[in-house]
Design a protein around this ligand. Sequence first.
Ligand SMILES: Cc1ncc(C[n+]2csc(CCOP(=O)(O)OP(=O)(O)O)c2C)c(N)n1
Length: 608
Amino acid sequence: MLEKIKSPEDLKTLHSLEIKALAREIREFMIEKVQRTGGHLASNLGVVELMIALHSVFDFKKDRIIFDVSHQSYVHKILSGRRDEFNHLREFGGISGFTDPLESVYDVFKVGHAGTSISTALGMKTAKEVLGRNEKVIAFIGDASISNGVAFEAINHIGHLKKNLIIILNDNQMSISQTVGGFAKHLSRFISGKFYNTIKQDLESFLHDIPVIGDSVNQTIKNLKKTIKKQITPNIFEEFGINYIGPIDGYDVEQMIKIFSNSDYLSDEPVIFHVLTKKGKGLKEAEENPTFYHGLSSSLKKKEDSFTAVFGEKMTEIAKKDPKIAVITAAMTDGTGLNQFSEELPAQYYDVGIAEEHAVAFAAGLAKEGLKPFIAIYSTFLQRAVDQIFQEVSLQEDINPVFVMDRSGLCGEDGPTHHGAFDIAYTRFFPRAVLISPKDGRELENMMEWAKDQNNPVFIRFPKGGFYSFPESKAIEYGKSEIILEEKEAEFTVFSYGSLTGEAYLMKDFLSKKFNLVNLRFAKPLDMETILYFAQKKLPIIVVEEHSLAGGVGEAVASLLMEKGFNNPFLRLGLEDYYYPHGERSLLLQTAGLDSKNLSVKIARWLA
Ligand SMILES: Cc1ncc(C[n+]2csc(CCOP(=O)(O)OP(=O)(O)O)c2C)c(N)n1
Protein backbone atom coordinates (compact mmCIF):
# COMPACT_ATOMS: atom_id res chain seq x y z
CA MET A 1 0.00 0.00 0.00
CA LEU A 2 2.74 2.43 1.03
CA GLU A 3 4.48 1.88 -2.30
CA LYS A 4 1.44 3.33 -4.05
CA ILE A 5 1.43 6.61 -2.14
CA LYS A 6 3.59 8.93 -4.17
CA SER A 7 1.80 12.09 -3.09
CA PRO A 8 -1.14 13.02 -0.83
CA GLU A 9 -3.42 12.90 -3.89
CA ASP A 10 -3.14 9.12 -3.79
CA LEU A 11 -4.84 9.04 -0.38
CA LYS A 12 -8.08 10.43 -1.69
CA THR A 13 -9.19 7.18 -3.37
CA LEU A 14 -8.42 4.80 -0.49
CA HIS A 15 -11.22 2.97 1.30
CA SER A 16 -11.13 2.28 5.00
CA LEU A 17 -9.43 -1.13 4.90
CA GLU A 18 -6.72 0.28 2.68
CA ILE A 19 -6.25 3.18 5.08
CA LYS A 20 -5.80 0.73 7.94
CA ALA A 21 -3.22 -1.22 5.94
CA LEU A 22 -1.45 1.99 5.02
CA ALA A 23 -1.26 3.11 8.65
CA ARG A 24 0.20 -0.25 9.65
CA GLU A 25 2.80 -0.11 6.88
CA ILE A 26 3.82 3.45 7.74
CA ARG A 27 4.40 2.36 11.33
CA GLU A 28 6.46 -0.65 10.29
CA PHE A 29 8.42 1.53 7.91
CA MET A 30 9.23 4.15 10.56
CA ILE A 31 10.11 1.56 13.19
CA GLU A 32 12.59 -0.05 10.85
CA LYS A 33 14.17 3.14 9.50
CA VAL A 34 14.24 5.32 12.59
CA GLN A 35 15.63 2.64 14.90
CA ARG A 36 18.62 2.55 12.57
CA THR A 37 19.12 6.23 11.72
CA GLY A 38 17.92 7.62 15.03
CA GLY A 39 15.21 10.25 15.32
CA HIS A 40 11.92 11.13 16.97
CA LEU A 41 10.17 7.80 16.79
CA ALA A 42 7.55 7.89 19.55
CA SER A 43 5.89 11.18 18.58
CA ASN A 44 5.62 10.09 14.96
CA LEU A 45 4.21 6.65 15.72
CA GLY A 46 1.42 8.42 17.57
CA VAL A 47 0.19 10.59 14.71
CA VAL A 48 0.00 8.23 11.72
CA GLU A 49 -3.80 8.21 11.39
CA LEU A 50 -4.07 11.91 12.21
CA MET A 51 -1.65 12.76 9.40
CA ILE A 52 -3.47 10.52 6.95
CA ALA A 53 -6.74 12.28 7.83
CA LEU A 54 -5.24 15.76 7.47
CA HIS A 55 -3.57 14.97 4.16
CA SER A 56 -6.82 13.41 2.91
CA VAL A 57 -8.80 16.57 3.59
CA PHE A 58 -6.42 19.44 2.92
CA ASP A 59 -4.13 20.17 0.02
CA PHE A 60 -0.91 21.19 1.68
CA LYS A 61 0.55 22.58 -1.49
CA LYS A 62 -1.97 25.40 -1.18
CA ASP A 63 -3.24 25.11 2.36
CA ARG A 64 -0.47 25.39 4.90
CA ILE A 65 0.43 23.23 7.86
CA ILE A 66 2.92 24.59 10.34
CA PHE A 67 4.32 21.98 12.67
CA ASP A 68 5.35 23.08 16.13
CA VAL A 69 8.94 21.95 16.78
CA SER A 70 8.28 19.78 13.68
CA HIS A 71 9.88 16.66 15.14
CA GLN A 72 6.53 14.93 14.53
CA SER A 73 6.53 15.59 10.76
CA TYR A 74 7.87 12.20 9.56
CA VAL A 75 4.48 10.86 8.45
CA HIS A 76 3.85 14.15 6.67
CA LYS A 77 7.20 13.69 4.92
CA ILE A 78 6.41 10.10 3.99
CA LEU A 79 3.02 11.06 2.56
CA SER A 80 4.41 14.01 0.65
CA GLY A 81 6.85 12.08 -1.49
CA ARG A 82 9.93 11.74 0.72
CA ARG A 83 9.63 8.10 1.72
CA ASP A 84 12.70 7.02 -0.23
CA GLU A 85 14.84 9.56 1.59
CA PHE A 86 14.30 7.92 4.96
CA ASN A 87 17.41 5.74 4.64
CA HIS A 88 19.35 8.94 5.21
CA LEU A 89 17.10 10.67 7.72
CA ARG A 90 19.15 13.21 9.73
CA GLU A 91 22.38 12.06 8.12
CA PHE A 92 24.79 14.53 6.60
CA GLY A 93 23.35 15.28 3.16
CA GLY A 94 20.12 13.39 3.92
CA ILE A 95 16.69 14.76 4.78
CA SER A 96 16.17 16.71 7.96
CA GLY A 97 14.36 15.43 11.04
CA PHE A 98 12.43 18.70 11.04
CA THR A 99 10.44 20.52 8.39
CA ASP A 100 12.43 22.44 5.84
CA PRO A 101 10.95 24.37 2.89
CA LEU A 102 14.15 23.79 0.94
CA GLU A 103 13.36 20.09 1.12
CA SER A 104 9.75 20.19 -0.06
CA VAL A 105 6.96 22.55 -1.07
CA TYR A 106 4.87 20.81 1.58
CA ASP A 107 7.03 22.27 4.36
CA VAL A 108 6.60 25.84 5.47
CA PHE A 109 9.13 26.80 8.15
CA LYS A 110 12.53 25.47 9.13
CA VAL A 111 11.95 25.05 12.87
CA GLY A 112 12.93 22.96 15.88
CA HIS A 113 12.11 25.20 18.84
CA ALA A 114 8.75 24.79 20.53
CA GLY A 115 5.76 27.05 20.87
CA THR A 116 5.84 29.20 17.73
CA SER A 117 3.48 27.46 15.30
CA ILE A 118 0.29 29.28 16.29
CA SER A 119 1.98 32.67 15.96
CA THR A 120 3.40 32.03 12.50
CA ALA A 121 0.18 30.36 11.35
CA LEU A 122 -1.82 33.34 12.56
CA GLY A 123 0.54 35.68 10.71
CA MET A 124 0.14 33.67 7.52
CA LYS A 125 -3.63 33.53 7.80
CA THR A 126 -3.74 37.28 8.38
CA ALA A 127 -1.50 37.96 5.37
CA LYS A 128 -3.60 35.68 3.17
CA GLU A 129 -6.69 37.64 4.09
CA VAL A 130 -4.99 40.95 3.39
CA LEU A 131 -3.96 39.58 0.00
CA GLY A 132 -7.45 38.23 -0.75
CA ARG A 133 -6.54 34.53 -0.57
CA ASN A 134 -8.63 31.98 1.24
CA GLU A 135 -6.43 28.89 1.64
CA LYS A 136 -6.53 27.23 5.04
CA VAL A 137 -3.74 27.56 7.57
CA ILE A 138 -3.24 24.94 10.25
CA ALA A 139 -1.02 25.03 13.30
CA PHE A 140 -0.15 21.52 14.48
CA ILE A 141 0.98 21.56 18.10
CA GLY A 142 1.54 19.10 20.93
CA ASP A 143 0.09 19.31 24.42
CA ALA A 144 3.46 20.23 25.95
CA SER A 145 4.38 22.82 23.34
CA ILE A 146 1.02 24.58 23.62
CA SER A 147 1.83 25.40 27.23
CA ASN A 148 4.88 27.38 26.10
CA GLY A 149 4.62 31.11 26.67
CA VAL A 150 4.85 32.03 22.99
CA ALA A 151 1.88 29.77 22.22
CA PHE A 152 -0.11 31.45 24.99
CA GLU A 153 0.68 34.86 23.56
CA ALA A 154 -0.61 33.66 20.19
CA ILE A 155 -3.78 32.22 21.73
CA ASN A 156 -4.40 35.56 23.37
CA HIS A 157 -3.94 37.33 20.04
CA ILE A 158 -6.17 34.98 18.02
CA GLY A 159 -9.05 35.68 20.36
CA HIS A 160 -8.55 39.34 19.50
CA LEU A 161 -8.01 39.01 15.73
CA LYS A 162 -10.69 36.33 15.27
CA LYS A 163 -9.09 34.81 12.19
CA ASN A 164 -10.27 31.44 10.91
CA LEU A 165 -7.10 29.69 11.92
CA ILE A 166 -7.23 25.95 12.54
CA ILE A 167 -5.25 24.54 15.43
CA ILE A 168 -4.72 20.81 15.74
CA LEU A 169 -3.85 20.06 19.33
CA ASN A 170 -2.14 16.67 19.29
CA ASP A 171 -2.61 15.56 22.87
CA ASN A 172 -0.62 12.49 23.84
CA GLN A 173 -0.31 13.69 27.43
CA MET A 174 3.46 13.60 27.17
CA SER A 175 6.25 16.05 26.61
CA ILE A 176 9.60 14.27 26.31
CA SER A 177 8.97 13.24 29.88
CA GLN A 178 5.60 13.66 31.58
CA THR A 179 3.93 16.97 30.63
CA VAL A 180 4.06 19.31 33.62
CA GLY A 181 1.73 21.94 34.94
CA GLY A 182 -1.78 23.16 35.37
CA PHE A 183 -2.49 23.38 31.67
CA ALA A 184 -1.87 19.66 31.24
CA LYS A 185 -4.30 19.05 34.09
CA HIS A 186 -6.85 21.33 32.44
CA LEU A 187 -6.61 19.33 29.21
CA SER A 188 -6.82 16.03 31.01
CA ARG A 189 -10.15 17.11 32.52
CA PHE A 190 -11.60 17.18 29.00
CA ILE A 191 -10.59 13.59 28.56
CA SER A 192 -11.45 12.13 31.91
CA GLY A 193 -14.18 9.49 31.75
CA LYS A 194 -17.48 11.30 32.12
CA PHE A 195 -16.73 14.36 30.04
CA TYR A 196 -15.07 12.46 27.27
CA ASN A 197 -17.85 9.94 26.90
CA THR A 198 -20.68 12.45 26.81
CA ILE A 199 -18.83 14.65 24.36
CA LYS A 200 -17.93 11.66 22.27
CA GLN A 201 -21.59 10.77 22.02
CA ASP A 202 -22.46 14.33 21.07
CA LEU A 203 -19.77 14.32 18.43
CA GLU A 204 -21.01 11.06 17.05
CA SER A 205 -24.57 12.25 16.75
CA PHE A 206 -23.32 15.52 15.31
CA LEU A 207 -21.39 13.66 12.66
CA HIS A 208 -24.32 11.44 11.94
CA ASP A 209 -26.63 14.41 11.42
CA ILE A 210 -24.19 16.54 9.56
CA PRO A 211 -25.38 17.72 6.16
CA VAL A 212 -22.88 18.43 3.44
CA ILE A 213 -23.08 22.21 3.49
CA GLY A 214 -25.33 25.03 4.51
CA ASP A 215 -26.91 26.84 7.40
CA SER A 216 -27.96 23.77 9.26
CA VAL A 217 -24.28 22.86 9.64
CA ASN A 218 -23.73 26.13 11.41
CA GLN A 219 -26.71 25.50 13.59
CA THR A 220 -25.58 21.99 14.47
CA ILE A 221 -22.12 23.13 15.41
CA LYS A 222 -23.49 25.96 17.48
CA ASN A 223 -25.67 23.51 19.37
CA LEU A 224 -22.72 21.22 19.87
CA LYS A 225 -20.64 24.10 21.15
CA LYS A 226 -23.33 25.02 23.62
CA THR A 227 -23.49 21.47 24.92
CA ILE A 228 -19.74 21.27 25.24
CA LYS A 229 -19.65 24.61 26.99
CA LYS A 230 -22.27 23.51 29.44
CA GLN A 231 -20.45 20.33 30.23
CA ILE A 232 -16.92 21.44 30.56
CA THR A 233 -16.85 25.08 31.39
CA PRO A 234 -14.43 26.58 31.88
CA ASN A 235 -12.68 25.61 28.67
CA ILE A 236 -9.67 27.85 28.27
CA PHE A 237 -9.94 27.96 24.48
CA GLU A 238 -13.60 28.91 24.44
CA GLU A 239 -12.88 31.55 27.06
CA PHE A 240 -10.29 33.02 24.70
CA GLY A 241 -12.70 33.06 21.76
CA ILE A 242 -11.47 29.91 20.02
CA ASN A 243 -14.05 27.29 19.10
CA TYR A 244 -13.16 24.03 20.77
CA ILE A 245 -14.03 20.71 19.13
CA GLY A 246 -13.06 17.55 20.91
CA PRO A 247 -11.75 15.39 22.29
CA ILE A 248 -11.43 13.51 19.01
CA ASP A 249 -10.17 9.95 18.72
CA GLY A 250 -6.85 10.24 16.88
CA TYR A 251 -7.13 6.71 15.53
CA ASP A 252 -10.54 6.97 13.89
CA VAL A 253 -9.56 8.21 10.44
CA GLU A 254 -13.10 8.31 9.05
CA GLN A 255 -14.37 10.40 11.92
CA MET A 256 -11.42 12.78 11.66
CA ILE A 257 -11.92 13.18 7.92
CA LYS A 258 -15.56 14.07 8.49
CA ILE A 259 -14.75 16.57 11.20
CA PHE A 260 -11.89 18.27 9.36
CA SER A 261 -13.86 18.37 6.10
CA ASN A 262 -16.47 20.44 7.83
CA SER A 263 -14.11 23.00 9.26
CA ASP A 264 -15.66 25.52 6.87
CA TYR A 265 -18.60 25.87 9.16
CA LEU A 266 -16.67 28.33 11.26
CA SER A 267 -15.56 30.39 8.32
CA ASP A 268 -14.88 33.51 10.31
CA GLU A 269 -13.65 32.12 13.59
CA PRO A 270 -10.64 30.28 14.95
CA VAL A 271 -11.09 26.64 15.85
CA ILE A 272 -9.07 24.13 17.83
CA PHE A 273 -9.46 20.41 17.25
CA HIS A 274 -8.35 18.52 20.32
CA VAL A 275 -7.12 15.14 19.09
CA LEU A 276 -6.13 12.35 21.44
CA THR A 277 -3.18 10.19 20.46
CA LYS A 278 -0.71 7.91 22.16
CA LYS A 279 3.02 8.43 22.01
CA GLY A 280 4.75 5.35 20.60
CA LYS A 281 1.48 3.85 19.30
CA GLY A 282 1.96 0.42 17.75
CA LEU A 283 5.38 -0.35 19.21
CA LYS A 284 4.97 -1.88 22.65
CA GLU A 285 8.39 -0.79 23.96
CA ALA A 286 7.76 2.79 22.81
CA GLU A 287 4.28 2.92 24.31
CA GLU A 288 5.73 1.72 27.60
CA ASN A 289 8.78 3.99 27.52
CA PRO A 290 7.91 6.99 25.35
CA THR A 291 10.65 9.11 26.90
CA PHE A 292 13.40 6.79 25.67
CA TYR A 293 11.76 6.53 22.26
CA HIS A 294 11.17 10.29 21.96
CA GLY A 295 14.59 10.84 20.42
CA LEU A 296 16.60 7.78 19.48
CA SER A 297 20.29 7.87 18.66
CA SER A 298 21.51 6.05 15.62
CA SER A 299 22.07 2.37 16.37
CA LEU A 300 25.31 2.59 14.40
CA LYS A 301 26.88 5.13 16.71
CA LYS A 302 29.44 4.13 19.29
CA LYS A 303 28.59 5.12 22.85
CA GLU A 304 31.04 7.33 24.73
CA ASP A 305 31.42 9.16 28.03
CA SER A 306 29.65 12.45 27.68
CA PHE A 307 29.79 15.85 29.32
CA THR A 308 26.05 15.45 29.88
CA ALA A 309 26.53 12.31 31.97
CA VAL A 310 29.38 13.88 33.96
CA PHE A 311 27.21 16.91 34.65
CA GLY A 312 24.24 14.83 35.84
CA GLU A 313 26.32 12.76 38.24
CA LYS A 314 28.29 15.65 39.64
CA MET A 315 25.13 17.72 40.05
CA THR A 316 23.61 14.99 42.19
CA GLU A 317 26.75 14.74 44.30
CA ILE A 318 26.97 18.51 44.88
CA ALA A 319 23.27 18.94 45.66
CA LYS A 320 23.21 16.06 48.13
CA LYS A 321 25.68 17.99 50.26
CA ASP A 322 23.81 21.28 50.07
CA PRO A 323 20.02 21.51 50.33
CA LYS A 324 20.17 25.12 49.13
CA ILE A 325 21.06 23.97 45.65
CA ALA A 326 18.11 23.92 43.27
CA VAL A 327 18.30 22.47 39.77
CA ILE A 328 16.02 23.69 37.02
CA THR A 329 15.32 22.23 33.62
CA ALA A 330 12.89 23.30 30.92
CA ALA A 331 11.33 19.98 29.85
CA MET A 332 14.73 18.40 29.23
CA THR A 333 15.34 16.09 32.19
CA ASP A 334 16.61 13.33 29.97
CA GLY A 335 18.59 15.44 27.50
CA THR A 336 20.43 17.34 30.21
CA GLY A 337 21.36 14.15 32.06
CA LEU A 338 19.19 14.83 35.09
CA ASN A 339 17.19 11.60 35.34
CA GLN A 340 19.11 10.34 38.33
CA PHE A 341 18.95 13.76 39.98
CA SER A 342 15.19 14.06 39.52
CA GLU A 343 14.67 10.65 41.10
CA GLU A 344 17.08 11.03 44.00
CA LEU A 345 16.50 14.68 44.88
CA PRO A 346 12.95 15.58 43.80
CA ALA A 347 12.69 18.33 46.42
CA GLN A 348 15.62 20.17 44.85
CA TYR A 349 14.47 19.65 41.27
CA TYR A 350 12.18 21.79 39.11
CA ASP A 351 11.06 20.84 35.62
CA VAL A 352 9.22 23.99 34.56
CA GLY A 353 8.00 22.68 31.19
CA ILE A 354 8.98 24.16 27.83
CA ALA A 355 9.40 27.59 29.38
CA GLU A 356 12.97 28.84 29.22
CA GLU A 357 12.12 32.47 29.96
CA HIS A 358 10.14 31.43 32.99
CA ALA A 359 12.92 29.05 34.06
CA VAL A 360 15.42 31.90 34.32
CA ALA A 361 13.07 34.36 36.02
CA PHE A 362 11.94 31.60 38.40
CA ALA A 363 15.57 30.79 39.21
CA ALA A 364 16.18 34.48 39.90
CA GLY A 365 13.38 34.34 42.46
CA LEU A 366 14.88 31.27 44.09
CA ALA A 367 18.25 33.01 44.25
CA LYS A 368 16.72 36.17 45.74
CA GLU A 369 15.53 34.16 48.71
CA GLY A 370 18.86 32.45 49.24
CA LEU A 371 18.92 29.29 47.13
CA LYS A 372 21.67 28.55 44.62
CA PRO A 373 20.06 27.65 41.29
CA PHE A 374 21.77 25.64 38.57
CA ILE A 375 19.82 26.17 35.33
CA ALA A 376 20.41 23.36 32.86
CA ILE A 377 19.22 24.42 29.41
CA TYR A 378 20.62 23.68 25.97
CA SER A 379 22.55 26.60 24.51
CA THR A 380 20.09 26.96 21.63
CA PHE A 381 16.99 27.00 23.85
CA LEU A 382 18.50 29.47 26.31
CA GLN A 383 18.39 31.98 23.44
CA ARG A 384 14.74 32.34 24.41
CA ALA A 385 15.67 33.77 27.80
CA VAL A 386 18.19 36.46 26.91
CA ASP A 387 16.02 39.19 28.38
CA GLN A 388 15.62 37.39 31.69
CA ILE A 389 19.39 36.89 31.80
CA PHE A 390 19.66 40.64 31.34
CA GLN A 391 16.96 41.92 33.65
CA GLU A 392 16.29 39.34 36.35
CA VAL A 393 19.90 38.15 36.60
CA SER A 394 22.67 40.42 35.37
CA LEU A 395 21.03 43.72 36.30
CA GLN A 396 20.52 42.60 39.89
CA GLU A 397 23.62 42.70 42.04
CA ASP A 398 22.67 39.70 44.14
CA ILE A 399 21.29 37.12 41.69
CA ASN A 400 23.97 34.60 40.83
CA PRO A 401 22.72 31.37 39.31
CA VAL A 402 24.88 28.91 37.44
CA PHE A 403 23.81 28.37 33.83
CA VAL A 404 24.72 25.00 32.40
CA MET A 405 24.51 25.20 28.63
CA ASP A 406 24.63 21.71 27.19
CA ARG A 407 24.77 21.19 23.38
CA SER A 408 26.97 24.27 22.98
CA GLY A 409 28.56 23.90 19.58
CA LEU A 410 27.57 21.51 16.81
CA CYS A 411 24.87 19.23 18.16
CA GLY A 412 24.81 16.67 15.36
CA GLU A 413 21.74 15.11 13.80
CA ASP A 414 19.19 17.68 15.02
CA GLY A 415 20.90 20.28 12.87
CA PRO A 416 20.84 24.06 12.69
CA THR A 417 17.87 24.65 14.99
CA HIS A 418 19.74 22.83 17.73
CA HIS A 419 23.39 23.81 17.19
CA GLY A 420 24.52 25.99 20.07
CA ALA A 421 26.55 28.49 18.12
CA PHE A 422 25.74 31.80 19.76
CA ASP A 423 25.83 31.56 23.56
CA ILE A 424 29.15 33.33 24.08
CA ALA A 425 27.83 36.17 21.94
CA TYR A 426 24.54 36.49 23.78
CA THR A 427 25.95 36.28 27.31
CA ARG A 428 29.38 37.92 27.21
CA PHE A 429 28.14 41.47 26.89
CA PHE A 430 26.22 41.35 30.18
CA PRO A 431 28.00 42.98 33.10
CA ARG A 432 28.87 40.55 35.93
CA ALA A 433 28.61 37.51 33.62
CA VAL A 434 31.41 34.96 34.00
CA LEU A 435 31.86 32.58 31.05
CA ILE A 436 33.70 29.30 31.39
CA SER A 437 34.08 26.09 29.42
CA PRO A 438 35.77 22.81 30.40
CA LYS A 439 38.27 20.94 28.28
CA ASP A 440 37.13 17.55 29.61
CA GLY A 441 34.91 15.77 32.13
CA ARG A 442 37.14 16.26 35.13
CA GLU A 443 37.44 19.96 34.45
CA LEU A 444 33.66 20.19 34.18
CA GLU A 445 33.40 18.71 37.68
CA ASN A 446 35.95 21.20 38.98
CA MET A 447 34.15 24.08 37.31
CA MET A 448 30.82 23.07 38.84
CA GLU A 449 32.36 22.89 42.32
CA TRP A 450 33.92 26.29 41.73
CA ALA A 451 30.83 27.90 40.20
CA LYS A 452 28.52 27.07 43.08
CA ASP A 453 30.52 29.39 45.36
CA GLN A 454 30.70 32.39 43.03
CA ASN A 455 28.99 35.70 43.56
CA ASN A 456 28.43 36.26 39.86
CA PRO A 457 26.18 34.59 37.32
CA VAL A 458 28.34 31.84 35.81
CA PHE A 459 27.73 30.39 32.34
CA ILE A 460 29.27 26.97 31.71
CA ARG A 461 29.19 25.75 28.12
CA PHE A 462 29.98 22.27 26.82
CA PRO A 463 29.06 20.34 23.69
CA LYS A 464 27.15 17.16 23.04
CA GLY A 465 29.03 13.93 23.40
CA GLY A 466 32.48 13.02 24.57
CA PHE A 467 35.87 14.61 25.14
CA TYR A 468 39.56 13.89 25.11
CA SER A 469 40.53 13.21 28.76
CA PHE A 470 43.65 15.01 29.89
CA PRO A 471 45.71 13.36 32.63
CA GLU A 472 45.35 16.35 34.93
CA SER A 473 43.31 19.45 35.53
CA LYS A 474 44.66 22.20 37.76
CA ALA A 475 42.34 23.88 40.28
CA ILE A 476 40.03 26.53 38.85
CA GLU A 477 40.95 30.10 39.72
CA TYR A 478 38.85 33.13 38.82
CA GLY A 479 39.90 34.49 35.40
CA LYS A 480 42.84 32.11 35.06
CA SER A 481 43.65 29.97 32.06
CA GLU A 482 45.68 26.76 32.07
CA ILE A 483 48.90 26.35 30.13
CA ILE A 484 48.93 22.92 28.55
CA LEU A 485 51.94 23.12 26.25
CA GLU A 486 54.77 25.60 26.49
CA GLU A 487 57.54 24.65 24.11
CA LYS A 488 60.96 26.24 23.81
CA GLU A 489 60.92 25.72 20.08
CA ALA A 490 57.29 26.74 19.64
CA GLU A 491 56.48 28.40 16.31
CA PHE A 492 52.96 29.54 17.20
CA THR A 493 50.56 29.74 20.14
CA VAL A 494 47.05 28.32 20.26
CA PHE A 495 44.41 29.59 22.68
CA SER A 496 41.53 27.14 22.86
CA TYR A 497 38.18 27.38 24.58
CA GLY A 498 36.35 24.33 25.91
CA SER A 499 36.44 20.84 24.51
CA LEU A 500 38.33 21.87 21.35
CA THR A 501 41.35 22.00 23.65
CA GLY A 502 41.52 18.23 23.14
CA GLU A 503 41.46 18.61 19.35
CA ALA A 504 44.08 21.36 19.51
CA TYR A 505 46.30 19.22 21.73
CA LEU A 506 46.07 16.28 19.33
CA MET A 507 47.43 18.46 16.50
CA LYS A 508 50.84 17.44 17.83
CA ASP A 509 50.26 14.10 16.07
CA PHE A 510 49.87 15.84 12.70
CA LEU A 511 52.16 18.85 12.79
CA SER A 512 55.94 18.84 12.65
CA LYS A 513 56.06 22.35 14.12
CA LYS A 514 56.01 22.72 17.90
CA PHE A 515 53.39 24.99 19.48
CA ASN A 516 52.21 26.43 22.77
CA LEU A 517 48.71 25.56 23.88
CA VAL A 518 46.65 27.50 26.41
CA ASN A 519 43.30 26.24 27.63
CA LEU A 520 41.52 29.57 28.12
CA ARG A 521 38.90 28.24 30.54
CA PHE A 522 37.45 31.76 30.85
CA ALA A 523 35.92 33.64 27.93
CA LYS A 524 35.07 36.34 30.45
CA PRO A 525 37.05 37.63 32.20
CA LEU A 526 39.90 36.77 29.88
CA ASP A 527 43.20 35.81 31.45
CA MET A 528 44.94 38.96 30.29
CA GLU A 529 48.23 38.18 31.99
CA THR A 530 48.72 34.81 30.30
CA ILE A 531 47.48 35.99 26.92
CA LEU A 532 49.87 38.94 26.95
CA TYR A 533 52.71 36.76 28.22
CA PHE A 534 52.39 34.60 25.12
CA ALA A 535 51.78 37.58 22.84
CA GLN A 536 55.12 39.01 23.93
CA LYS A 537 56.83 35.98 22.39
CA LYS A 538 55.90 37.55 19.02
CA LEU A 539 54.68 34.24 17.64
CA PRO A 540 51.58 33.89 15.47
CA ILE A 541 48.44 33.46 17.58
CA ILE A 542 45.48 31.22 16.81
CA VAL A 543 42.22 31.09 18.75
CA VAL A 544 40.12 27.95 18.44
CA GLU A 545 36.48 27.71 19.54
CA GLU A 546 33.33 25.77 18.73
CA HIS A 547 31.22 28.90 18.48
CA SER A 548 30.27 31.44 15.88
CA LEU A 549 33.38 33.47 15.04
CA ALA A 550 31.16 36.53 15.14
CA GLY A 551 30.76 37.29 18.81
CA GLY A 552 33.07 34.51 19.92
CA VAL A 553 36.07 34.39 22.22
CA GLY A 554 38.47 34.94 19.31
CA GLU A 555 37.08 38.44 18.89
CA ALA A 556 37.59 39.10 22.58
CA VAL A 557 41.24 38.01 22.42
CA ALA A 558 41.78 40.06 19.24
CA SER A 559 40.49 43.25 20.79
CA LEU A 560 42.60 42.72 23.90
CA LEU A 561 45.73 42.29 21.77
CA MET A 562 44.93 45.36 19.69
CA GLU A 563 44.25 47.51 22.70
CA LYS A 564 47.55 46.47 24.22
CA GLY A 565 49.40 47.29 21.01
CA PHE A 566 50.28 43.77 19.81
CA ASN A 567 50.29 42.95 16.13
CA ASN A 568 51.14 39.25 16.09
CA PRO A 569 49.83 37.43 13.01
CA PHE A 570 46.37 36.36 14.18
CA LEU A 571 43.90 33.66 13.10
CA ARG A 572 40.49 32.71 14.50
CA LEU A 573 39.10 29.24 13.85
CA GLY A 574 35.49 28.48 14.72
CA LEU A 575 32.05 28.41 13.14
CA GLU A 576 31.73 30.50 10.01
CA ASP A 577 28.95 32.92 9.19
CA TYR A 578 26.34 30.42 7.99
CA TYR A 579 24.14 27.67 9.40
CA TYR A 580 25.78 24.28 9.62
CA PRO A 581 23.53 21.43 8.51
CA HIS A 582 22.53 18.26 10.35
CA GLY A 583 24.70 15.15 10.44
CA GLU A 584 26.85 13.14 12.76
CA ARG A 585 28.71 15.45 15.12
CA SER A 586 32.19 14.14 14.31
CA LEU A 587 31.49 14.63 10.61
CA LEU A 588 30.23 18.15 11.20
CA LEU A 589 33.35 18.99 13.20
CA GLN A 590 35.47 17.77 10.30
CA THR A 591 33.41 19.78 7.83
CA ALA A 592 33.86 22.85 9.99
CA GLY A 593 37.59 22.09 10.06
CA LEU A 594 37.62 21.87 13.85
CA ASP A 595 38.89 18.34 14.44
CA SER A 596 42.61 17.89 15.12
CA LYS A 597 43.48 16.84 11.59
CA ASN A 598 41.65 19.64 9.82
CA LEU A 599 42.83 22.21 12.34
CA SER A 600 46.39 21.10 11.59
CA VAL A 601 45.87 21.44 7.85
CA LYS A 602 44.33 24.89 8.17
CA ILE A 603 47.03 26.14 10.48
CA ALA A 604 49.88 24.68 8.40
CA ARG A 605 48.47 26.39 5.29
CA TRP A 606 48.06 29.67 7.08
CA LEU A 607 51.59 29.60 8.44
CA ALA A 608 53.11 28.67 5.08
C1 LIG B 1 12.12 26.03 23.10
C2 LIG B 1 12.29 24.54 23.15
N1 LIG B 1 12.57 23.93 24.33
C3 LIG B 1 12.73 22.59 24.38
C4 LIG B 1 12.62 21.83 23.26
C5 LIG B 1 12.89 20.33 23.29
N2 LIG B 1 11.70 19.55 22.92
C6 LIG B 1 11.53 19.04 21.69
S1 LIG B 1 10.12 18.21 21.52
C7 LIG B 1 9.70 18.48 23.12
C8 LIG B 1 8.44 17.91 23.69
C9 LIG B 1 7.29 18.27 22.87
O1 LIG B 1 6.15 17.69 23.43
P1 LIG B 1 4.77 17.88 22.70
O2 LIG B 1 4.62 19.26 22.22
O3 LIG B 1 3.71 17.37 23.61
O4 LIG B 1 4.92 16.96 21.43
P2 LIG B 1 5.05 15.37 21.36
O5 LIG B 1 6.50 15.06 21.24
O6 LIG B 1 4.45 14.80 22.60
O7 LIG B 1 4.31 15.00 20.14
C10 LIG B 1 10.68 19.23 23.77
C11 LIG B 1 10.65 19.64 25.18
C12 LIG B 1 12.34 22.50 22.05
N3 LIG B 1 12.25 21.85 20.89
N4 LIG B 1 12.17 23.84 22.03
